[in-house]
Write a protein that binds this ligand. Structure first.
Ligand SMILES: [Zn+2]
Length: 219
């Protein structure tokens, strides 16, 4: 058995240094106290490499089809346009796989930004600002609430994500003030609904709201 002369403790198994003081150990190590787990066969590194390979393979295959079929294969452009989104979605899923609400939020916010960019790139007709972004805020709020309920989460676990979506939805005021939203009535109705949700949460769930904020922001 190993022991630390400094801390006067005896240590089971095989340690390189003392777990208490980090100092040198004397004595002979034993077999590990816990059995070693066999290595997982599918690591996230493998998923990552496969995703990267599929991404480039898709471009090679789509590009070849496009070249061979000519204008008949216009759909290949759409596939190539959405492939980066699929890849981004996969990476977000891998990064946040233990926090499904964070995952849903991140994907929806990215979808909002991409729709906005596509709208701007295709002539700024304002469809993203007028219809897509308000709908995504609404969908995100519903998705967060339904998911949290389905997973029987405590209110403190999901309230922050819900509030974040509700508060961020007021950023739509910028588009209305700057006249980039051609039909503001839909965004206004969504924001009014969000304001009602926020008020209801503040009034009925004040205690939960406080503890959730304190926990999340480490106050
Ligand atoms: Zn020690």
């Amino acid at each position: 058995m190993q022991s630390c002369d400094n801390c006067h403790v005896r240590i089971r198994g095989h340690k390189a240094v003392c777990p208490l003081c980090g100092g040198e150990l004397s004595g002979t190590p034993e077999d590990p106290a816990f059995p070693l787990l066999p290595k997982r066969r599918y690591t996230s590194r493998m998923v990552f490499k496969s995703a990267i390979f599929c991404f480039f393979a898709l471009f090679v295959v789509m590009g070849t089809i496009r070249y061979l079929m000519g204008p008949d294969a216009a759909w290949t452009s759409a596939v190539m346009l959405w492939a980066p989104l699929g890849l981004a979605g996969l990476f977000i899923t891998m990064a946040y796989r233990y926090n499904v609400l964070k995952l849903i939020s991140a994907e929806v916010y990215i979808a909002m930004i991409l729709n906005l960019l596509i709208d701007i790139a295709t002539g700024s007709h304002g469809w993203a600002v007028a219809w897509v972004i308000p709908s995504l805020f609404l969908a995100l709020t519903i998705a967060l609430f339904v998911t949290a309920k389905a997973l029987s989460m405590k209110i403190g676990e999901y309230l922050v994500y819900l509030l974040l979506a509700e508060v961020l939805s007021f950023a739509q005021i910028i588009f209305i003030v700057r006249n980039t939203n051609p039909h503001p009535w839909y965004a206004v109705i969504v924001m009014a609904g969000m304001l009602l949700f926020i008020l209801a949460e503040l009034i009925f769930l004040f205690q939960d709201f406080r503890s959730a904020t304190v926990r999340t922001l480490h106050l």
